[in-house]
Every structure is written in C-alpha cells, then in structure tokens.
Design a protein around this ligand. Structure first.
Ligand code: NI
Ligand code: MN
Length: 225
C-alpha cells in the first residue's frame, strides 16, 4: 500500500485497487506548485472538515476526476448546492463498507466552517480497513481521550497533525501515539504557514526517542505502508 504526500494534510492512499485522496489543499500552497491537481485522478476524496486548508481544491479535483467524496453529512449537503450529488455523507461513529474497504468516521476536536462561511458540521477523522491494514487519518484535532477508543483497533499506521497552534503539536502527537497504540506515524499539518512552522529535525528526534517510527515525506514523495 502506497501513500503520497502533497503538502499540509493532503495525501493520496492507493489501496483496494482505488486511489483515495485526503483533504486536497494544493494550488494555494507555494511548496506544492509543481503538483498538477488534474493529474491526481482519485476515485474517492475523503474530507475531514470544511476549512480551506483541507478543501481548497476539492471542487476542482472532483470535477476533473468525478471522484466520490466521503465527508460528514453537512459538507455532503453543501456539495449538493455546488452541483456535486454523489457525495457520501456520514457522521461520527458510523462506518460503511465501500468497494475498496471500510471507513468509519471518528471524533476530532477542532472546528469546521466552509470557506464561504457555511457550517461544516463537526470535524472528523477516519478509521480505515484497507487491504488487510488498519489506518487512522486524524484530520485536524487536539489530543483527546476519545483516541483511546482506537487502542484496540490494531492500527498499522496513523496520520497525525504535528504543527501545533491549530492542532496537536509534536509532544501531544507523541502522547496520541500512545493513546491509539500505534508506533507508525505519518506527520502532517506543519510548515505550510508561519504559525505551524516546526523544527523538523527536533520533531523527528523526539518521535525516535519515544520509540516511534515517524515518516515526514517531502511533497511528492511516497511512503510504503
Ligand atoms: Ni482545520
Ligand atoms: Mn487545517
């Protein structure tokens, strides 16, 4: 199973014979200027919440790929108003068996307003069962005791925000790794804006000291999960 980083919290995950794109924010990110959003062609787009740094390219990529968007019900309704009628709305605690695997929407502690000011419902994370592996994509979230609900899910990998200010920082992400009982972490949501710039070498050292296998891929780089 392969995942490719496109900046901020944007990842492609290829599994179950399908391409799943998470939280597309590429064209406003100068660091990702070499990525052509129309070359991505996902089959599904998973959206954790409505903030611009997670949905900036959502409509454009959906239009060029005809991808099915998996998101909370309020964002699915908002997409309907933008002429996208194939969104699959879910809500926290609910799971669904898609053709590529199972997706369960889980809690995130954050906020969620869409770029035009529409309410985006609650923010979410995703628990995924794909090709025999269990993956957690946290979205934007604080460290929260609800993460302990994932401790017995036998997670293989987790995508966690580490940039601080808007989400967990490195120290809380290390605590989260303990809460979810997962030692394979992909960091996200850092360095894109001045307030979430981190010392990457120091962050890596902290994860390693905690016994965690940390991956911080460069934009365009893939990691085998
Ligand atoms: Ni956010
Ligand atoms: Mn964000």
């Amino acid at each position: 199973m392969k995942t490719t980083f496109y900046g901020q919290s944007t990842f492609m995950l290829e599994a179950g014979g399908k391409k799943l794109l998470f939280d597309p924010f590429i064209t406003p990110n100068p660091e990702a200027k070499d990525i052509d959003i129309h070359s991505l062609e996902p089959d599904y787009i998973l959206v954790s919440h409505g903030h611009g740094d997670h949905v900036a390219d959502l409509l454009a990529i959906q239009k060029s790929s005809d991808a099915i968007i998996i998101c909370i019900a309020e964002i699915a309704n908002w997409l309907g108003k933008h002429g996208i009628n194939n969104a699959h709305g879910m809500n926290i605690g609910g799971g669904f068996n898609f053709e590529f695997g199972r997706v369960k929407m889980v809690n995130a502690v954050h906020s969620s307003t869409l770029p035009d000011g529409s309410p985006g419902g609650n923010p979410a994370g995703f628990l995924l069962h794909l090709d025999g592996k269990v993956i957690y994509y946290a979205g934007d979230t604080a460290l929260t005791y609800d993460m302990k609900l994932l401790a017995d899910e036998n997670l293989d990998w987790a995508y966690l925000p580490i940039g601080d200010n808007y989400t967990m920082g490195v120290d809380d992400a290390i605590k989260a790794s303990g809460f979810i009982n997962c030692k394979n972490i992909i960091g996200m949501h850092y360095d894109t804006f001045p307030v979430i710039k981190i010392d990457v070498a120091e962050a890596e050292a902290k994860f390693v000291k905690a016994g965690i296998n940390i991956k911080l891929p460069k934009i365009g780089e893939s990691v085998e999960l």
